[in-house]
Design a protein around this ligand. Structure first.
Ligand SMILES: Cc1cc2nc3c(=O)[nH]c(=O)nc-3n(C[C@H](O)[C@H](O)[C@H](O)COP(=O)(O)OP(=O)(O)OC[C@H]3O[C@@H](n4cnc5c(N)ncnc54)[C@H](O)[C@@H]3O)c2cc1C
Length: 800
């Protein structure tokens, strides 16, 4: 096999990790170039204090952090002193319990501590100031420059070239593919270029015309002089690294002094173009002058929490630059336009080795098996999410919120509104409570439905689950099952796939047999080559060579674009169209009088192009809520007319508008999975309970071969649990004292009168009747595995 020649731009922790991981896999024709000296290049890694707190709400990020810790320990580049997060408010204490839950769910050992136990772990702490702590024994301090050196040394030994003081000025492309990297010292030919340029990423990406959605922000890091409580300490650090999130602070020891990091100051973004060069910069390019005024509050909060610092002084500090993204997650993957141009950007030291490994697997094997990368793919964004104003605003806001307690349903506050469906004015009239999805304003419930509450007993969930919730959610769910409701489904991604090769293309890309009659609708999956689920889609055949694909997001579009042959066209029709789901036992009574099409004859999973009143529509007989009805699509210009026509006709049938809260509850009662939450790249269809969507005998398709093996080795299952209390997702599931899995989606089922939680569990614990417990904050919630679906298993509602 001939291995491609790779140029990695940047010898920070990310570039070094990638060079090591690639060369370990036999890709040794690798050149690492950096404009600075190596290993202390002047980039962010050169001054990072190196705190590695592994716990993250994202399973992937936690796993990448764990891998980084393990690797750095092996490289002797890690002080495994543990990590301690303390709470000074009741809300934070509850949050530490939630974080303990995440850690347990993702397999990281953590311990909740009393104030005294916290102070015993970290003797500088004033126990009277804290309400409790969370201790993570395997956290610690990374020696970033040492880790760079160690990884580059190993890579060099395998043949990798490392070129310091080589500034990349341009990237030469030929025929839409990278050809060479142009440096100030000449050209280096390359089949693949990976941009690991950190805060300079946007500048480098622009060399191939790529808009990298990343904002460099200055972050304050100060160092004290001697702290009396540390006097005489001869080791670099002995106490756990410490976080005081209520005051946006973190701490690490450096012998008898303390390093203090602070996120509480005003956001200080800068453009990648304004970063000084290695020779111009006073200290190094990624270091700006410390602004003491911004640090004043940090210092008084420090002295409050750590009394021993009261007689110490802040002696030095920096405003150091590093990258923020619009959603706190890294940017990984290949440019959609220029083949061979890859990025691994916006990565903390904490996740660096994990990212290096993920990138190497992706490059060498064509996909990453160790980590699920769907959250990290650089092609995940909607077009508005890469607008410079958006990127900067979200980057700044994420800096401010870095330690904030964020509810799973909490929408971004700004910039909004961005995308509104044509129904928006009517939804406002109905006093919709809007949340946000991919930029769309999406009703969660409608205050105008409050009268529906009369005569209903809707249970109120606990405090956390009651946020972004109203009892109206329950009333809307019940009213859908009793009568008929209109759901705005516009935010769902829609792709048009057409052309002479469309059938063959979709047969190859999906697990279903889509070569059926015009009007057929097929629920199926997009798989990766390793059999992992990339998405679940509904493929509606609207013409001999024309399909409408209901998809999950931009990654589906990107995946299709990468695989489509020249005789297939893929178009995102989401922005120009809209959709109303009309569902409920009275749906046909409402819609039939509005159309000449015989709706009784339109069977389940069939579609038709017709008219609703004056509105040209595509109707697909599908329902995520498990009731009779249709997804009704039209173009945006006719959207309002569609809403008004249905609404007017619906008056006689008691139609309501219903929101996403009701939708989620109804979907879980029917056991319908949601990609990204219930299943991701790491799961295969059989364990996810989606084997029915795979037609192994239809001929070859991407992922088929891998599935044949995976089918026989199912060891875990996405399992339906019934609970007495509503949980929110990402909680650990216990069998006795043993953590055995984690919750994905959860909601209250207003028809069945029980809490529902879907969870990944070992297959041995996934049989109906099995009792388990869910860890929810500081409590255990009893749960029992249930037969699914919980509602209408005979499908009489849907097929009626
Ligand atoms: C004050 C501060 C504290 C931090 N604390 C922590 C912490 O405690 N824990 C944690 O996990 N993270 C922390 N971070 C974040 C972390 O330091 C960075 O996210 C990480 O180091 C980024 O690594 P990188 O390899 O992507 O970037 P860098 O280390 O910046 O490497 C990018 C490299 O690309 C090179 N380069 C750029 N453009 C070119 C070009 N045109 N030609 C050639 N070479 C080029 C640069 O010279 C540089 O060496 C902190 C950051 C700061 C600023």
């Amino acid at each position: 096999m001939t291995v491609p020649s790779v140029v990695i731009i940047g010898a920070g922790v990310v570039g070094a990790a990638l060079a090591d991981e690639l060369s370990a896999r036999g890709w040794t024709d690798v050149t690492v170039v950096d404009q600075g000296d190596v290993p202390a290049t002047g980039g962010s890694s050169s001054h990072a204090p190196g705190l590695v707190f592994q716990i993250n709400g994202s399973k992937t990020m936690t796993e990448m952090a764990r891998y980084t810790v393990e690797k750095f320990v092996e490289l002797d580049s890690f002080h495994q002193v543990g990590g301690l997060e303390v709470a000074t408010t009741p809300k934070r204490l509850a949050e530490l319990h939630r974080r303990h839950g995440w850690a347990t769910a993702w397999g990281i050992e953590t311990h909740l501590l009393t104030p005294e136990e916290s102070a015993a772990r970290h003797s500088l702490l004033d126990a009277d100031k804290v309400l409790g702590g969370l201790y993570i024994p395997t956290d610690g301090l990374a020696k970033a420059v040492k880790a760079v050196d160690a990884q580059l040394t190993r890579a060099r030994e395998r043949g990798v070239r490392v070129l310091a003081r080589h500034e990349v000025l341009d990237i030469r492309t030929e025929g839409g593919k990278v050809a060479a990297v142009v440096t100030d010292q000449g050209e280096i030919a390359a089949d693949i270029v990976v941009c690991c340029a950190g805060i300079w990423g946007p500048r480098v990406a622009r060399m191939v015309g790529m808009n990298l959605p990343l904002t460099p922000l200055a972050h304050q890091l100060a160092w004290t002089g001697q702290v009396p409580g540390l006097a005489g300490q001869t080791v670099e650090c002995s106490r756990p690294i410490l976080r005081h999130q209520d005051a946006d602070l973190y701490f690490r020891e450096r012998f008898d002094t303390l390093g203090i990091g602070y996120y509480g100051h005003r956001p200080m973004p800068i453009s990648a173009d304004d970063i000084l060069s290695v020779d111009e910069a006073e200290v190094m390019p990624s270091v700006l002058t410390f602004t003491p005024d911004d640090f004043a509050e940090a210092w008084s909060d420090t002295q409050e929490l750590l009394p021993s610092t009261r007689s110490a002084k802040v002696e030095e500090g920096i405003n150091g630059l590093f990258s923020f993204t619009t959603d706190h997650l890294p940017l990984m993957g290949e440019s959609p336009e220029v083949k061979g141009f890859w990025v691994a950007e916006a990565v903390w030291v904490t996740h660096s080795a994990g990212v290096g490994r993920a990138m190497a697997e992706w490059l060498v094997d064509g996909h990453c098996t160790t980590f699920d990368l769907h959250e990290c793919d650089v092609n995940r964004f909607e077009p508005h999410q890469v607008a410079p104003d958006y990127v900067r605003a979200r980057g700044c806001q994420n800096y401010v919120e870095v330690y904030d307690i964020i509810h799973p349903l909490q929408p971004m506050r700004e910039p909004r509104p961005l995308r509104t469906s044509p129904f928006h004015p009517r939804q406002q009239e109905l006093c919709a409570a809007f949340l946000e999805a991919s930029g769309w304003e999406r009703p969660q419930w409608y205050a105008a439905n409050a009268p529906l509450l009369s005569g209903r007993e809707i249970p109120t969930p606990g405090d956390w689950a009651a946020r972004y919730w109203s009892p109206i959610v329950g009333a809307e769910a019940q009213a859908t099952r009793e009568g008929v409701a209109m759901y705005d489904m516009t935010a769902l991604k829609r792709l048009e796939v057409s052309g002479p090769g469309a059938v063959a293309f979709l047969q190859r890309l999906t697990t279903g047999d889509v070569d059926k009659s015009i009007g057929s609708v097929t629920y199926c999956l997009l798989l990766d080559h390793d059999g992992g689920i990339r998405s679940d889609v509904t493929v509606a055949r609207l013409g001999a060579q024309e399909f409408q694909v209901g998809a999950n997001g931009n990654l589906d579009l990107d995946w299709m674009e990468r695989h489509r042959p020249a005789d297939v066209f893929v178009r995102d029709i989401t922005p120009g169209t809209c959709c109303i789901g009309v569902w409920g036992p009275k749906a046909r009574d409402l819609v039939q009088p509005l159309t000449a099409t015989d709706l009784k004859a339109l069977r389940y999973f069939r579609g038709v192009r017709t008219h609703i009143g004056n509105v040209p529509v595509t109707m697909l007989r599908l329902s995520y809520v498990g009731e009779l009805g249709w997804e009704i699509y039209t173009t945006s210009d006719m959207g309002l007319k569609l809403w008004d026509t249905l609404w007017e006709a619906g008056r006689d049938h008691g139609v309501i508008a219903a929101g996403r809260g009701a939708f989620t509850s109804l979907r879980l009662e029917k056991g319908y999975r949601s990609f990204g939450t219930d299943m991701t790249f790491e799961h295969d269809p059989y364990e996810a309970g989606l084997g029915f969507a795979v037609k192994l005998d239809k001929g070859d398709f991407i992922g088929r071969e891998a599935l044949l093996a995976r089918k026989e080795s199912v060891t875990r299952r996405l399992t339906c649990l019934l609970t007495d209390e509503v949980v929110m997702g990402k909680e650990p599931v216990y069998d006795g004292e043993r953590p055995v899995g984690y919750v994905t989606s959860a909601a209250y089922g207003y028809t069945i009168g029980k809490g529902i939680a879907y969870a990944w569990l070992p297959a041995s614990l996934a049989d109906p009747g099995q009792a388990v417990q869910i860890g929810y904050f500081d409590r255990r919630v009893d749960a029992v595995v249930a037969e699914e679906p919980l509602f209408d298993p005979a499908m009489t509602r849907l097929r009626g």
